[in-house]
Write a protein that binds this ligand. Structure first.
Ligand code: 26Q
Length: 834
């Protein structure tokens, strides 16, 4: 009774009555009384006097209080799934690029008002407190962030879903820039206790391997023929859906050595050796591999991939067996989505379980495996398609190799029956790539061993079908489909850009938060001068906020009155940060030549990491930094052009920069960017796009109308068609601005004290054929840029297009994407938690 009164009292002050009832955990008071959750955590977790604690302890205590509030819902969610036994989705991914969780979780629980009030009342600095949480950087970029957006959507849509990944102790490396060069530092994000994770050692699983490992002079050596096993310890993280009804789980596996102590080694006096074995096992999940678009020579990565698959399948099969007695129910109860080929060993592992543990016949096992698995492709770059040496399977996974070779035998029989005499086709379709080193083609395995293969944007799915894996698509046309990516509007609008979110809500209500198609209702408001002014004000404020943050954190001053023009993503030749750099050099040359030229003042932001072994990408970073330095030091352009390379691009930086950007650069060579997802985040946050006809940018322009987009450059067909005759030299010889820009770079204007530094860029652009068509697209990029600048001068016209873009962004919510996966691939339905 007392409790009920307390809830009623809390709800009167905070207006969150219904929600508090849901939590069913008594009076919610984060702070303010002696035994409030927050003080209890400070006192009993950290044993510190609340009067003298620092911000880190405060963050931990608040996060743990929030976790207390969601715990009961978390348990109820799993109970509802057990009671209803619905078909479940398992999303297997080597990456989940989560970022920070505190503010997002509070928002999804709809506790933001209440918590803010409490924190303010206590005089704490809320933003400083949020900064205490490290980004969970368990991913490289788009693929990992997509997985995180999907988890948010699945929980919000009340789908019975779970993510499976690895608990890397070190996430994506931290980038610092010194003297313009990228340096990498270890990201020890788990140095301090993570308040979100719950270790569940009682649910550990055992993973058997065909060989053993030892540490020899600091590196990992394989001992063939000596089977061993590892333990997978699950660490669960809550995934709160918007509204706080469903709380799903992201289960991350950490590797450990089995508890059996090596008495032999111990009695032989090798106590240290026996413990070293434990260290060896634990090192498996120590670090996330940076993506350098080639899998060659990464034995540890191969073991990581198997470890993820073995742990996750053992776990989900155990859950399935608990609730179902008949193996044939498997595809009716479970859908497993493979995020790229990284977990595609699941094909062989599920077959092994069904053959060796369930004792089913081959045909039955094969049918169940295929009906359960589905595969998403994220790249067309041939060098990025995973192929693992057959020898590694022999040593580590001999049973899986048997199974894969038998699958291949059946596959090739079918190919020969359908295409008699076509040896070339059989060779291309085969799961085994012959040659000096025989390799297993993981994409072929994933396509053959699943019922669904999808690309992540219309153009990507089409190129996948018609070029990259054409023979397989000819053979199994019904398995292929498109699922254009999306991003969660909760994190990427409501959390990252609250001012814009409020303006939208005032105009059309808050339905857009869970149904982004409602953004359409903004369309007529493009003609409303008051609304245009509100949108402009939100952008101005976001720019000022960003400028203040940048100045206070790094001392770099940018002028919010300039156009903020951004390109933020991994550094890769195909993404063409170099093309953007060339654009800046041309604009710089125009001002040098004609100092009185009237131009709209601009600030160009770059951010992104280069894979540590990708030397050319690192040189591009150095080039952009030198460009920034030279332009800064040139009085002729001061106040009109500025280039800023922001170090350590991560989810949190994206959340700050994207709302503050006027212009989004999406300028990959057409046909190379599978989809892109930052393109969508910029669009919903009111930036206009300068882009090529690539990935999902094509669909975004279609949705907004090409008039409201700044498209330029060769189409994918033209890029393909120009193979054989494209000559970058032609552009150098015939385009004065192109030539002047390149001459300036290669005259060491940007490398005065490092002569010849950018020679490799010359080689790439002029000597080695400019594979990514930088020079072919430079002039049309500049034309599009000019059109955009002209529009910017007309602030009303600009705001109109911004509104039409936001209004058309509804299709790019990850809720829409997940709805398509759910109905067209998984056949799963919501399972509401009472
Ligand atoms: C593979 C083997 C060994 C080590 C690392 C890797 C590896 C790791 C990460 C290979 C690739 C990745 C990541 C790829 C990625 O992020 N792709 C992007 O996926 C997005 C989501 O679909 C798309 O929007 C982007 O277009 C695509 O580039």
């Amino acid at each position: 009774m007392n409790e009920q009164r307390a809830i009623a009292r809390a709800s009167r002050t905070s207006g969150i009555r219904d929600l508090l009832r849901q939590y069913e955990c008594g009076p919610i008071q984060l702070t303010g009384t002696n035994n409030a959750l927050y003080e209890r955590h400070l006192m009993f977790d950290n044993v510190v006097d609340p009067a003298v604690v620092g911000p880190r302890e405060r963050f931990e205590a608040i996060a743990r209080s929030v976790r207390d509030i969601l715990s009961q819902r978390w348990l109820h969610t799993e109970q509802a799934y057990q009671n209803h036994n619905p078909k479940r989705v398992y999303y297997l991914s080597m990456e989940f690029l989560i970022g920070r969780s505190l503010a997002n979780t509070i928002m999804n629980l709809m506790l933001d008002q209440a918590v803010r009030q409490c924190v303010d009342r206590n005089g704490h600095d809320w933003l400083a407190l949020l900064e205490q949480e490290p980004d969970a950087g368990l991913g490289n970029g788009g693929l990992g962030r997509l997985a995180a957006c999907f988890l948010d959507s699945m929980a919000t849509m009340q789908l019975p879903a779970m993510g499976y990944g690895l608990r890397y102790e070190y996430g994506i490396f931290r980038q610092s820039i010194s003297d313009g060069w990228q340096h990498e530092e270890a990201d020890h994000w788990l140095r301090r206790p993570d308040p979100w994770e719950v270790a569940r050692p009682q649910e550990q699983v055992e993973v058997r391997l065909g060989c053993s490992f030892e540490v020899r002079s600091g590196s990992l050596a394989v001992i063939p023929g000596e089977p061993s096993s590892l333990l997978g310890i699950p660490y669960d993280r809550p995934v709160v859906g918007y509204g706080g009804r469903t709380v799903n789980t992201l289960r991350l596996w950490a590797a450990a050595a089995p508890e059996v102590f090596d008495f032999h080694a111990f009695s032989a006096g090798d106590f240290v050796g026996a413990l070293a074995e434990r260290l060896t096992a634990e090192s498996l999940t120590r670090v996330l591999y940076p993506d350098d678009s080639t899998s060659r020579g990464k034995g540890l990565r191969f073991v990581q991939e198997y470890f993820l698959v073995a742990c996750s399948l053992a776990d989900l099969v155990r859950r399935f067996r608990r609730d179902n007695s008949d193996w044939h129910a498997l595809p009716g109860k479970i859908a497993i989505q493979l995020n790229d080929t990284h977990p595609s060993l699941a094909v062989a592992e599920l077959m092994r379980i069904l053959l060796d543990e369930a004792h089913l016949g081959w045909d039955e096992a094969w049918d169940l495996t295929r009906q359960t698995l589905a595969y998403t492709n994220h790249t067309l770059l041939p060098e990025a398609l995973e192929k693992w040496p057959l020898r590694w399977f022999e040593v580590l996974l001999p049973r899986h190799l048997d199974i894969i070779l038998k699958i291949n035998h059946h596959l090739l029989e079918e190919v020969r029956a359908r295409y008699p005499g076509d040896a070339g086709r059989a060779e291309r379709i085969s799961l085994v790539e012959e040659g000096g080193v025989r390799r297993i083609r993981m994409a072929n395995l994933a396509i053959v061993g699943s019922h669904s293969t999808n690309g992540v944007a219309a153009i990507h799915s089409k190129l996948l079908r018609t070029k990259t894996v054409k023979d397989l698509a000819d053979m199994f046309p019904d398995r292929f489909s498109n699922k254009t990516n999306g991003v969660t509007p909760r994190r990427w609008i409501r959390l990252a850009n609250p001012a814009l979110a409020d303006i939208i809500t005032q105009a059309i209500g808050d339905g857009w938060i869970t149904d982004l198609a409602e953004m359409e209702k903004l369309r007529p408001l493009a003609d409303d001068a008051g609304f245009r002014e509100a949108i402009r004000r939100a952008k101005r404020d976001a720019k000022s906020q960003f400028a203040d943050w940048l100045k206070s954190g790094s001392g770099v001053a940018v002028d919010p009155a300039t156009i903020f023009d951004s390109q933020v993503k991994r550094i890769h030749e195909y993404k063409r940060q170099l093309l953007n750099g060339l654009r800046v050099v041309v604009l710089y040359n125009r001002l040098r030549e004609n100092p009185d030229l009237e131009i709209a003042p601009r600030t160009f932001f770059f951010a992104g990491k280069a894979a540590p072994a990708y030397n050319l990408a690192k040189l591009i970073i150095k080039f952009l930094n030198n460009l920034a330095g030279t332009i800064d030091g040139d009085p002729a352009v001061r106040g009109r052009l500025k280039v800023v390379f922001l170090p350590e691009y991560c989810v949190s930086l994206a959340e700050r920069l994207i709302p503050a950007s006027d212009v989004s650069n999406q300028i990959s060579t057409a046909g190379y960017e599978a989809s892109g997802t930052s393109n969508m985040k910029f669009m919903m946050n009111g930036a206009l796009t300068l882009g090529t006809r690539d990935g999902a940018t094509i669909e975004m322009a279609e949705a907004a109308g090409e008039d409201n987009f700044f498209l330029f450059g060769l189409t994918a067909e033209q890029v393909i068609g120009s193979q054989g005759w494209y000559d970058p030299r032609w552009h150098y010889d015939n385009e004065p601005e192109t030539r002047a820009a390149l001459d300036l770079i290669f005259s060491d204007h940007f490398s005065r004290y490092e002569p010849g530094l950018f020679g490799p860029l010359r080689d790439v652009l002029l000597t080695h054929g400019d594979h990514y068509r930088h020079l072919a697209d430079l002039t049309s990029y500049l034309d599009a840029d000019q059109r955009l600048i002209k529009l910017y001068a007309d602030q009303e016209g600009w705001a109109r297009k911004v509104i039409l873009n936001i209004a058309a962004s509804g299709r790019f919510s990850s809720d829409r994407t997940i709805a398509e996966y759910a109905s067209e691939i998984w056949d799963v339905r919501p399972c509401p938690v009472p």
